[in-house]
Design a protein around this ligand. Structure first.
Ligand SMILES: Cc1cc2nc3c(=O)[nH]c(=O)nc-3n(C[C@H](O)[C@H](O)[C@H](O)COP(=O)(O)OP(=O)(O)OC[C@H]3O[C@@H](n4cnc5c(N)ncnc54)[C@H](O)[C@@H]3O)c2cc1C
Length: 441
């Protein structure tokens, strides 16, 4: 595989101390062996691949899903559990320039539809995913950010059809959100969940619908003659159609078209031991709202129903044991600075993984140009619970030449440009991080 980071990023270490292992271990499934003929082969068993497989199997297609490791070993089994608006990093201004006012609104509506898609999947398949939080709250880390948040109210109403709720600084503590913040805005869309329980629910639903899912089956070679032929170390699949659902764990050769079109970025998370009611009160953070601060290089956090506190932020540019230790030091220091009453509380878990960006800062869901019958969905810009699940449903329709059951705006159809100096593109993150950190001052 031609991957962008050091091998460490694709090995067992970054996910070794992942808190979600305690609720749902990674599933042990057999590898693909021998030859198999199906309608659709799906590469990657995260939210995107599993949702695509579920929707296709429900429509009667024969589907095989292969994952290089195990289902939801990638970002889908190690994220923060914020099922929220997002999926792109392009600003409103950029979206308007590229897609017009209507195109921007259409994209924003699809973000909301993506959250609804997950809520529907959870309900329809009876997935018990420990959901909590009424929408998502952004906390102003500077006074001027509160002014900027208040200015967004009209756009939020137009884009999402909901009213944003504001909390001024003196009232934050009454809402159980005490911290170094200057006010807050909640958009009442989205909820938090246990990402493994949700992923496992999708896996079980896809299997029940008839999809076959294989672990430890990296696709090492793909050829197209009449049909697609996919090779894994112990098996081979012939398929009419194929879906690439590998997101941040993609390889530059699978397919060649992907080369330089995506940029994996590290994100890391810590979780504390359960905080007692008096510890929560001492810090003044008792809310179960999922929240993030208004920084460009943001921190995201939530008190979980069992009293543990989850806190996440971006990771570094290098993926080595040493860089991982440095990232652990940094995230712990930021957490202790933001929540000083918990400075001595034991942090039981720290792990990291890869999210995925494009140069255009918008996701891609659609056909792979020049490779008839191949489709891809990637680049959720750190918010793939909703957008990845949604992409799977859209891809299922596209593959069957059906009109998409969900809104499918131009922003999701636009082919991502290649990054310059593609093999070295992660080093672009360094100046980008410096620039964003300066903006956050
Ligand atoms: C630390 C962290 C925190 C995050 N927090 C949030 C959050 O709170 N909310 C949110 O919405 N999103 C969050 N995200 C992002 C979200 O998890 C991802 O966007 C989403 O899970 C991507 O799903 P996916 O199915 O597209 O890809 P992934 O889940 O990454 O799955 C890709 C799969 O492809 C497989 N694969 C790769 N190459 C091959 C191959 N050649 N053959 C076979 N299989 C292959 C990999 O093994 C992997 O399992 C976070 C991500 C991280 C890392």
């Amino acid at each position: 595989m031609k991957r962008l980071y050091e091998d460490y990023a694709y090995g067992p270490e970054p996910i070794k101390n992942c808190f979600w292992d305690r609720s749902v271990p990674l599933p042990q499934l057999p590898p693909l062996s021998g030859s198999r003929k199906v309608d659709v082969a799906v590469i990657g068993a995260g939210y995107t691949g599993l949702s695509a497989a579920l929707h296709l199997a429900q429509d009667g297609a024969e589907v095989a899903v292969v994952d290089a490791e195990t289902p939801f070993w990638g970002a889908s089994g190690r994220n923060g559990g914020f099922c929220c608006l997002g999926g792109a990093k392009a600003s409103d201004k950029t979206l308007v320039t590229r897609f017009g006012n209507a195109g921007k609104t259409a994209f924003r509506r699809s973000e909301k539809a993506a959250v609804t898609c997950v809520a529907d999947l959870i309900t329809r398949h009876g997935i018990k995913a420990d959901c909590h939080s009424n929408g998502e709250t952004v906390l102003a880390h500077r006074p001027q950010d509160m002014t900027a948040l208040r200015r967004q109210a009209i756009d939020i109403k137009n884009d999402y059809g909901v009213e944003a709720h504001y909390i001024s600084a003196p009232h934050l503590s009454a809402h159980g959100m005490t911290g170094p913040f200057h006010g807050a805005m909640t958009i009442p869309i989205g909820f938090a969940l246990n990402p493994r329980k949700y992923a496992n629910g999708l896996l079980c639903a896809a299997q029940s619908a008839g999809a076959k899912v294989f672990a430890n089956s990296p696709v090492t070679k793909l050829q197209k003659n009449q049909a697609f032929s996919l090779n894994t170390p112990q098996g081979q699949i012939t398929a009419e159609k194929v879906i690439f659902a590998t997101n941040g764990y993609s390889s530059d050769h699978l397919p060649d078209w992907m080369r330089g079109r995506y940029l994996p970025v590290q994100s890391s998370i810590i979780v504390t031991r359960p905080l007692t009611a008096s510890e929560q009160a001492a810090q003044g953070w008792t809310s179960l709202q999922m929240a993030f601060d208004s920084r460009e290089l943001l921190h995201y956090f939530r008190l979980m129903p069992d009293g543990r506190f989850l806190f996440g932020m971006r990771g570094g540019i290098f993926a080595t044991a040493r860089a991982n230790k440095a990232a652990a030091r940094k995230i712990k220091a930021d957490f202790r600075q933001m929540f000083p009453a918990w400075a001595d509380v034991e942090i039981t878990d720290h792990w990291s993984g890869l999210v995925c960006l494009t140069r255009n800062l918008t996701p891609y869901i659609g056909p792979v140009p020049g490779l008839s019958g191949a489709f891809a969905g990637f680049a959720w810009h750190g918010n793939g619970i909703a957008m990845g699940s949604y992409a799977g449903a859209i891809l299922a329709d596209l593959l069957q030449n059906k009109a998409s059951r969900h809104p499918y705006p131009a922003a999701l159809k636009t082919i991502p440009n290649r990054f310059p100096a593609a093999p070295f593109r992660r080093h672009l993150l360094h100046p980008a991080y410096v620039g964003l950190a300066l903006k956050d001052l």
